[in-house]
Write a protein that binds this ligand. Sequence first.
Ligand code: LLP
Length: 404
Amino acid sequence: MKYINKKLTIEKIEIENIARKFNTPAYCYSYKKLRDNIKNFKSSFKSFSPLICFSLKSNTNLNLIREIKKFGLGADVVSMGELMMALKAGINPNKIVFSGVGKTTSEIDFAINKNIFLINAESKSEIIEIDRIAKLKKKQVQIGIRLNPNTDAKTLNQISTGKKENKFGVNDKTFNELVKFCINSKYINLKCLSVHIGSQILDHKPYEKMLKIISKIIKKINYNFEFIDLGGGMGISYKNNSKKLNYKKYDIAIKKFLKNHRCKIIFEPGRSIVGNTGFLISRVIYIKNNAGKKFIILDAAMNDLIRPALYGATHNILPSSKISKRSKKIYEFVGPICETTDKFLTIKNFQDLKEKDLVVLCDVGAYGMSLSSNYNLRPKPVELLIKGSKIKILKKRQKHKDLM
Ligand code: LLP
């Protein structure tokens, strides 16, 4: 996305044209960014060609997943709905991993029927349940066990998953016991050790630490895991010039690990694949002055993009047309929802805005639409894919009648 003749443009299409044609709020994804992200991800780890399973929770749009599938990616799913969506998008069951601490009997049953690649189990009770269902079906099931490596991912507390106080995975002692249980089961084929220490990770050191811990555990229990699933979590930069994850150093750490352990690596990236591909176009409804600041009331709200309200996350905001005049007042960009937390960003020195102007919220491709809701009975926005000078509707805007 860049300004061409002062008009904000995604690939070859001006934001103003998209808004005129499809109305606002509108989610747009850049195909070029998506393709570049996947290419970069693959080339960062090309020496050991990992199985890359796109984490569906970051974006569950069927048509977008279809595009991702074309690059050969598999899927990481966490519910029956996501598993059904991955299959509907045509992802090979042989490339689907199923994570999550609370898989129900019917979800396990469905996953086994669909012959997916791995069920990554997260507790003793879950493994006993998988064993029971597999036995009933007289079928061998491939599983992974998720280890909680007690590693601080140095990210937001709310999206940290690898510390011992978190609900995810099992500790090393339980891990040991569960490996023994699996060895003795006729119906479980233990293939994988899995971990996922958190999301939006920008420092490679927690990954290095996690690899050292896994290495130690594998050596101690002396079991040959065919696969090590390192999860996702690779962070992106939401603010200009902010820190970036050093993929080279993460790659070096994995290669070092692979020297001592012969196995194939699985990744479950979400944000790093789709995060910066997405933009939310929104129109200014009203502008009002209060307490020395200007409230810019947008037609997008926390139901469309909850990350700022939920995590205090920052999404940059850009005007669709550039002008040089700056406002002396502080701008507070808010939505129309009846909650004080329905607020996107406070900005000083933004350019002068008028009612009906268009703005764009950046980097909303991951955990944007997938976390959206119908709060205040607001229909969900349209989702569009921009490919050069073409626009494809990925999903239509909801209508009020859909909600009645
Ligand atoms: N694998 C597992 C087991 C996960 O729990 C997650 C994310 C991923 C992979 C993908 O992580 P990623 O590569 O996208 O960081 N709603 C939050 C993020 C929650 C992440 C949950 N788990 C946000 O808006 O930042």
